[in-house]
Design a protein around this ligand. Structure first.
Ligand SMILES: *Cc1c(COP(=O)(O)O)cnc(C)c1O
Length: 367
């Protein structure tokens, strides 16, 4: 048996007719950039994500950067980010001229809220919590800290479409949320795409302006902006997929529950869940002290696995000037040696998950 790490083609084939029709229509109407398909998707996604305003853009890295720019964050400012994330989270901070300040993670792989305040200085302007792997960060606590220190909060929802805390959607706690629709994300386009979401109308206008050359009306460039718009094709594809997202998320949650049932080796740890938190399992991340050998074994059995991420952000070569030590981020350092992402997607079958579980158990019994 083969169990690929992700299977985007299985999902395409389940909705092929609708997708093919949507693509043909955009081409027929030559609605290639922004336009009516992007506007329609913005409205639909606003409904889904619980924010009054959604502004479609080119990708989920631009959306972080544009939000910070619109908030006036720039040179000399500091922005707090978790030590484990995809590089976009810190890269976007540097891109606006500010400095990313890293905070270690907790046992849920999420920014450790007890360590945030000690990193706040007079230069701190914002916190970017990341709802990593699909589980929300502790937003009630983060909002309290932000309020006390007058900081902006941008939720990085690139991995957490539809996740929630006690029924309140992640992405509706902070000043704004940033979404990515990279193909492998829980809601994925067929190319790059992203969006900004907020309830703040002035912020929405500003981001829309920045993402489209500083104009709200054609040829009225109120400021210098940039080119970060969503393709009509991507928008039409996302609109076609969005009605299926809740069902796909339910399947991910069912699959995670099944994994948790069949993965009963004491040699691995399965993801910890916070009570009342809705985890949408963008990734299913297990831990093992023998991660590298386990990884090789699973690959040899035809199972796709990956590490998210092999190196915590502060230790990446691009931040070597900061000379961080592993003791500065002990949890992130530990996880980078133990974490392993195993196949997780809505179309995964029980037989495939049984096969993954057997391969994991056989590794520990013969080894
Ligand atoms: C994917 C991702 C992004 C950026 O998304 P792109 O659309 O690829 O630019 C940002 N933050 C996190 C946590 C991500 O996983």
């Amino acid at each position: 048996m083969q169990v690929p790490f992700v299977d985007l083609s299985a999902q395409y084939h389940s909705i092929k007719n609708d997708i093919d029709k949507a693509i043909a229509k955009v081409i027929e109407e030559t609605a290639f950039i922004s336009g009516k398909y992007a506007t329609a998707f913005e409205k639909e996604f606003a409904q889904f994500c619980g924010n009054a305003h959604v502004i479609a853009c080119a990708n989920g890295t631009d959306s972080l950067e544009i939000l910070m720019q619109a908030m006036g964050i720039g040179r000399g400012d500091e922005v707090i980010v978790p030590a484990i994330s995809w590089i976009s989270t810190s890269e976007a901070v540097s891109a606006v001229g500010a400095i990313p300040v890293f905070v270690d993670v907790d046992e849920f792989f999420l920014i450790n809220v007890d360590l945030i305040e000690e990193k706040i200085t007079p230069k701190t302007k914002a916190i970017i919590p990341v709802h990593l792997y699909g589980q929300p960060a502790d937003m009630p606590e983060i909002m309290q800290i932000a309020k006390k220190h007058h900081l902006k909060v941008i939720e990085d929802c690139a991995q957490s479409h539809g996740s929630a805390i006690n029924g309140k959607l992640a992405g509706t706690f902070g000043d704004a949320a940033s979404y990515s629709f990279y193909p492998g994300k829980n809601l994925g386009a067929y190319g790059d795409a992203g969006a900004m979401a907020t309830n703040d109308e002035a912020l929405a206008q500003k981001t829309r302006m920045i993402a489209n050359h500083g104009q709200l009306k054609k040829h009225e460039h109120i400021i210098e902006g940039r080119n970060s718009r969503m393709d009509g094709l991507q928008a039409a594809i996302l609109s076609t997929k969005l009605p299926h997202l809740n069902h796909w998320t339910d399947k991910r949650i069912e699959n995670a529950a099944y994994y948790s049932e069949v993965l009963n080796s004491e040699m691995i740890e399965i993801p910890l869940l916070k009570p009342g938190y809705k985890h949408v399992y963008h990734l299913f991340v297990i831990q093992s002290a023998e991660r590298d050998l386990l990884m090789q074994h699973l690959e040899s059995q035809g199972i796709g696995v990956a590490i998210h991420y092999p190196c915590p952000l502060p230790f990446l070569a691009c931040y070597k000037d900061r000379a961080y030590k592993t003791e500065d981020f002990p949890m992130a350092d530990h996880f980078s040696k133990t974490i392993l992402s195993i196949p997780m997607y809505p179309e995964l079958s029980k037989a495939q998950m049984d096969y993954v579980a057997e391969a994991i158990h056989s590794f520990f019994s013969y080894h």
